[in-house]
Ligand binder design. Structure first.
Ligand code: ZN
Length: 411
């Protein structure tokens, strides 16, 4: 049987939209539910089905492409419908080892247009999101965050922290915010999907879902609030072009359209250190209080100051000549923290070029060897390439030792 999805009903009620669907064919094995509910913190009751269906549709499209499935749908927004082949091309170019087939069959293509020229900025609270915020603050964007992406739907406490952070940031910048509670990660089986695209070298969420899958949740808001620009912060930069695969890429995101609104994959021209530079410059100029939230290791949503990502950001802020404690990092003594990082410095060897070399370069620009924190002089002077070599050698020795152990056991 050929793979087919029929979207039977798009139910818009007050703040929520529920899509009910029927799956046929082999690809049924990738789904756990036959409905997906998305709840907004604003009233969306005036949003037509042709727009309200977009968040769900965007999340089954990549599955339909790799499974050569047909999606049947009664009504769809014209600008989204017209953009499908344009952003599909981004996937085709990114993953030449896979075939992207499938089709969307629409009974009625409807023209909608967002009434207004406002902006929406996706906001997770990290460096990428804050860079987009400070760069486009003059557009007065509505901040938008999804519950159900990084924070699980069952994690009420974690979400509360995230929501408070958005609320505080919105207040500090004089903006409004919207959040969305969405089942977009729970209606499908992520692991079997990752297995199905294993040849790509990337997993389902990171490599295929989280770009358009997140972005398209903005469609009903764009319609309801009259927004015509949607900013989605980049996590990678131009230097990574061709070296990394990621579902959120300028060749995909920038081609998505809905109700006449355009999507901007934002900040791709800046590396992480340049983004931190933009953020601290803004904070200094405007006397704003910025609390970065970069950590996904800690329970409850604050920065743990013990993981690689926290350290990387702390060092990045320090490299700009700023006190990281003023940017949401509560670690007590900086000297003690630097000693701790030193004891685990092998963590720094990962991605030394893309992650730590820019921090080190900036630190050398801003500080002299004499006025840099004394417990950080090792980092300031260190040859990062040698650190990597040491790390590789250590791993090699470990691997050989394990092999010997296994061989001895066999005998
Ligand atoms: Zn952390």
């Amino acid at each position: 049987m050929t793979n087919k999805c029929t979207i039977n009903e798009v139910l818009v009620q007050g703040n929520s939209v529920t899509c009910n669907f029927t799956m046929e064919g082999q690809w049924k094995k990738f789904f756990v539910a036959d409905s997906v509910k998305v709840e907004y913190s604003i009233d969306i009751s005036g949003v037509p089905a042709s727009v309200a269906v977009i968040p769900f549709l965007a999340n089954i499209l990549p599955i339909a492409w790799i499974c050569d499935a047909e999606i049947h749908i009664k009504e769809l927004d014209k600008s989204f419908y017209d953009s499908i082949n344009d952003f599909k091309k981004g996937y085709i170019d990114m993953y030449p080892m896979l075939e992207f087939k499938g089709d969307v069959v629409v009974e009625n293509v409807v023209e909608n247009s967002a009434q207004g020229n406002g902006a929406i900025a996706f906001f997770s609270g990290g460096v990428d999101a804050f860079n987009t915020l400070v760069k486009h603050v003059q557009d007065k964007p509505t901040l938008l965050t999804l519950w159900g992406a990084d924070v699980k739907l069952s994690d009420n406490e974690g979400w509360q922290k995230v929501e408070n952070h958005i609320k505080d940031t919105a207040k500090e910048f004089g903006l409004d915010y919207v959040y969305v509670k969405t089942e977009f990660r729970t209606f499908l089986k992520e692991w079997p999907l990752s297995e199905a695209v294993k040849i790509s070298g990337d997993g389902w969420w990171h490599g295929f879902q989280h770009g358009i899958g997140i972005i398209c949740h903005a469609a009903p808001i764009a319609y309801a609030m009259g927004k015509s620009t949607i900013y989605f912060a980049s996590s990678f930069t131009e230097k990574d072009k061709g070296k990394v695969t990621c579902a959120s890429d300028p060749t995909i995101d920038n081609f998505v359209r809905f109700c006449g609104a355009k999507v901007v994959h934002d900040g791709y021209e800046f590396d992480r250190q340049a983004k931190i530079h933009n953020i601290v410059e803004y904070a200094k100029e405007t006397n704003s209080k910025i609390a970065l939230r970069v950590c996904w290791e800690s329970q409850g949503g604050s920065n743990c100051c013990k993981c690689e990502k926290c350290w990387r950001t702390i060092l990045g802020v320090y490299a700009e000549g700023e006190n990281p404690q003023n940017y949401g990092f509560d670690y007590g003594s900086f000297s003690d923290l630097c000693r701790l990082i030193y004891s685990k410095r092998e963590l720094l060897a990962w991605h030394r070029d893309s992650r730590y070399a820019p921090i080190q370069n900036r630190m050398r620009e801003v500080y002299g060897v004499k006025n840099v924190e004394s417990n950080l002089r090792w980092f300031y002077k260190m040859n990062l390439d040698k650190l990597q070599g040491r790390f590789d050698r250590k791993n090699f020795v470990k691997r050989v030792k394990n092999k010997i152990k296994r061989t001895l056991k066999l005998k």
